[in-house]
Design a protein around this ligand. Sequence first.
Ligand SMILES: NC(=O)c1ccc[n+]([C@@H]2O[C@H](COP(=O)([O-])OP(=O)(O)OC[C@H]3O[C@@H](n4cnc5c(N)ncnc54)[C@H](O)[C@@H]3O)[C@@H](O)[C@H]2O)c1
Length: 537
Amino acid sequence: MAGVPAGARRRNFCGTPMLPPFANQPVLELRRAAVRAQLSDALARIDRQLPISVPVRIGSETRGGEELVSTDPGEPERVVARAARADADDVAAAVAEARRGLRAWRAIGAAERAGALIGAAAWLRERRLELAALQVRECAKPWPEADADVCEAIDFLEYYARGAIELEAGRELLQLPGERNELRYVPRGVVAVISPWNFPLAIPCGMTAAALASGNAVVLKPAEQSPALAHRLVQALAAGGVPPAAVGLLPGEGDAGAALVRHPDVNAIAFTGSLPVGLEIVRAAARTAPGQRHFKPVIAELGGKNCVIVAADADLDDAVPAIVASAFTYAGQKCSAASRVIVHEAIADQLLHRLAGAVAVLVVGQAEQLSTEVPPVIERAAQERVNRYAELAAADGRIIARVAPVPDRGWFCAPTVVSELPADSPVLQEEVFGPLLAVQRVRDLEQACDLVDGLPFALTGGLFARDPGTVRYVRERTPVGNLYVNRAITGAMVARQPFGGNRLSGTGTQAGGPDYLLQFVEPRAVSENTMRHGLEA
Ligand SMILES: NC(=O)c1ccc[n+]([C@@H]2O[C@H](COP(=O)([O-])OP(=O)(O)OC[C@H]3O[C@@H](n4cnc5c(N)ncnc54)[C@H](O)[C@@H]3O)[C@@H](O)[C@H]2O)c1
């Protein structure tokens, strides 16, 4: 395989290729002038390519179209991509092609599939600057986040490639004389991957890579806001050696995703997105079509209402910058972003005073400017939603900080901190997905944990405390999928912080962790009586 590093071709005594141990792709050193110059060159190159044409891809066939238009959130007149919009016929054709492609793809074995994924990682690595620049334009991701997203996509490919080789070996079972027991994992079949826009390369890449590595064929329906980045992902997979029939691309809106979910020949669904859509998918997947002979498991990673607890003895020098970064980086549009701070009353006024100072100096601006901390939100509807919550916050609570005015071109929202809201305020309960942070006082740690436990979501959360007893208490309750102690609550790294929620934040095993691939396979046990009577020639 073209992209496989030399080390990958070594074999162990069983004949399995030995890959070098997994290591995270290092991020760029953006403080270096030379790196900054390379980024601005890459942005100029991307700008010359706009608008990018994104076709429906089914096997080796592509169908062009311009019905779906993605624009720059910071400059909405700038068209970033024109994409074909997949319809019901495309969905049917893509699933049929994936079913054809499945047979050969699953048969080649995990090592060969890993080679193709590692080849795709190499393709992304070579184009990392342009891919980050495309995120700056298509999703208004500031450079550090755009670069980190490309690195995470590379990490998913490399990590799941290795995981699938291990998984193929099966698991050890108890063996007795005269009996051989085997446990192996087989792919589920055709996996529908439906992705959001906020990690426009890493998230579709992660779900697709996991499904492919474990031998499934994939039909990918990316977010309508970021078709160009999904198109690049499919190009990377093709360049790495994934056969066209094993991965199809259906740019489109929710109706294409819904048709894919309903299709009786889809065996499993990997979805990352909002809770309402996730619930709709779970309901639709539970219905079996006439003749359908399988359940359709849904691997769902959904929204959150992520809380940071600040104990009375917290070090505010650590807590304040970490909370501000967690709440406002990428305008609060990370699923892991902090949206609620629950602070001990003894330290609350001090925290609010310092948060107000730190938020007041946040730089709101275009994603392409390296100084920008808070870019615009993704689209007009998101701006309207965030502003609605901000108005509610102003009416029912006390505004502690608000960075205004913000630029009027583009979908900017003013970063805001609010406190003293009534306990049942939607601002405290619902996912806002924007630069709005609510602060709430509590009398003790138990009340803080009860508030976190009382939410329907359980994605990420944080704790700032000096006392090891406090840390132990919250750790033992582990009220969320990813708990971060004395650090920011965003920025999970593949293989270091497996990522995913509980309760209504997700059904799945954490992405980028050792158990994730198990969701894309079915276990099969074989037990053989080895006491043969007589010998066969
Ligand atoms: N838990 C995580 O790991 C994680 C990661 C990223 C984003 N998110 C969540 O995603 C949301 C933001 O992303 P979004 O705005 O793209 O989410 P969304 O739910 O609006 O859309 C996600 C995808 O689902 C598709 N879709 C819409 N309706 C559908 C339907 N009825 N059937 C099938 N597919 C349908 C969309 O076209 C898109 O591709 C936030 O809630 C965020 O918390 C969660």
